[in-house]
Write a protein that binds this ligand. Structure first.
Ligand code: F6R
Length: 347
């Protein structure tokens, strides 16, 4: 079943180009759903864990491209917030399994007032029966406990949704090119293996990014915690100086996510800030002269045609691989992290 791979997680990371090609088929369904909705003046995403990180990306995209105010709420916190939902609110639930108890509970509550959409990977799961509309991520079954290809597919669903909502044809077209960029990253896997060997004994890690790369930083840190048991924090790059900079020293590697675009220069000045405190930097940025000239301990570059807007779908891949290979270097089983289950059916 693992088709020659040592673990499901590695197989699933490598399937991400195919997963996305399948997700893109959902375009027509998403178009139909959007044409059926009217008078929506607010959107609220609800999810847990990795699906919550995909939701955060959705907020950036929808607000910046379609101008609709969008919130993101953790499913386990949904019941404690007033939320102010009404018939003009669209509530989008993102759940790979479609069985997460917190998410299902929130979905039932949202159904009382608002139109609901579930973005789900598992066919026929509970969330698909509860929601008014269903969008399938079509990533295929995911066996590794850590979500990888389903995350990428959730992102692609959100990109499709935002691009159709905003009638952004250029973004819709550019999505078709993403699978080949993913293949490009996977071809450079050996570089990540080298980095993993070097940092496998670190006690703490930081991941920083700005704007659309902030959820990528959160997701990179979550993957590392889950399967390597190394403490990791994901931070908005600009927040570091408001507290956590006090922790930075030469024992803490900092992963800097720096795709080309509006936030690039500011992220690079945050890189200089942590470098000045002695941190070892692992920088993920564009393959261009400007990036390559930075003198950091380690770097991984990605085709600079992938700009900030598409970066979340591609820049997460080296971070998934980094977690995977650190887990292997530490002698762990990345498919079965301790204390975790693929599907969380308790609140
Ligand atoms: C992390 C991970 C979890 C899930 C979370 C929500 O790798 O897999 O954080 O993302 O438990 O699960 P779903 O999406 O099934 O609702």
């Amino acid at each position: 079943e693992k088709e020659g791979y040592d673990y499901f997680m590695l197989k699933e990371i490598h399937e991400q180009n195919i997963a996305i090609k399948n997700t893109l088929i959902e375009k027509d369904n998403i178009k139909e759903i959007i044409s059926d909705l009217d008078n929506i003046n607010r959107i609220c995403f609800v999810a847990c864990g990795t699906s919550y990180h995909a939701s955060l990306t959705g907020k950036y995209l929808i607000e910046s491209m379609a101008g609709i105010p969008t919130d993101v709420v953790l499913a386990s916190e949904f019941r404690y917030s007033a939320n102010a939902l009404n018939e003009n609110t669209l509530v989008i639930f993102i759940t790979q399994s479609g069985e997460t108890a917190d998410t299902l509970k929130a979905l039932k509550k949202a159904n009382e007032t608002s139109k609901t959409i579930a973005i789900v990977n598992v066919l026929g799961s509970s969330a698909t029966r509860e929601a008014d509309y269903v969008i399938y991520t079509k990533a295929g079954p995911e066996k590794g406990v850590a979500a990888t290809k389903t995350y990428i597919s959730q992102l692609v669903c959100i990109y499709l949704f935002a691009a159709i909502l905003a009638q952004n044809k250029e973004l819709l077209d550019s999505l078709k090119k993403v699978p080949s960029f993913i293949e490009g990253v996977l071809e450079n896997e050996s570089k990540i293996i080298e980095i993993a060997k070097k940092y496998k004994d670190a006690r703490d890690f930081f991941f920083i990014g700005r704007g659309l790369s902030y959820p990528t930083a959160l997701e990179g840190a979550l993957k590392l915690k889950e399967i390597t048991y190394i403490h990791a924090e994901g931070y908005a790059a600009g927040e570091l100086k408001h507290g956590p900079l006090a922790l930075i020293d030469n024992e803490i590697p900092v992963v800097v996510i720096a795709p080309p675009g509006d936030s690039y220069d500011k992220t690079m000045s945050n890189l200089e800030e942590v470098k000045a405190r002695g941190a070892e930097i692992i920088a993920i940025g564009p393959c261009n002269d400007e990036f390559i000239k930075y003198e950091v301990a380690d770097s991984f570059c990605i085709d600079d045609e992938i700009s900030e807007i598409l970066a979340p779908i591609v820049y997460i891949i080296p971070l998934q691989l980094l977690s995977y290979y650190i887990s292997i270097e530490r002698g762990l089983d990345p498919d079965k992290p301790k204390n975790l289950a693929k599907c969380v059916t308790v609140e």
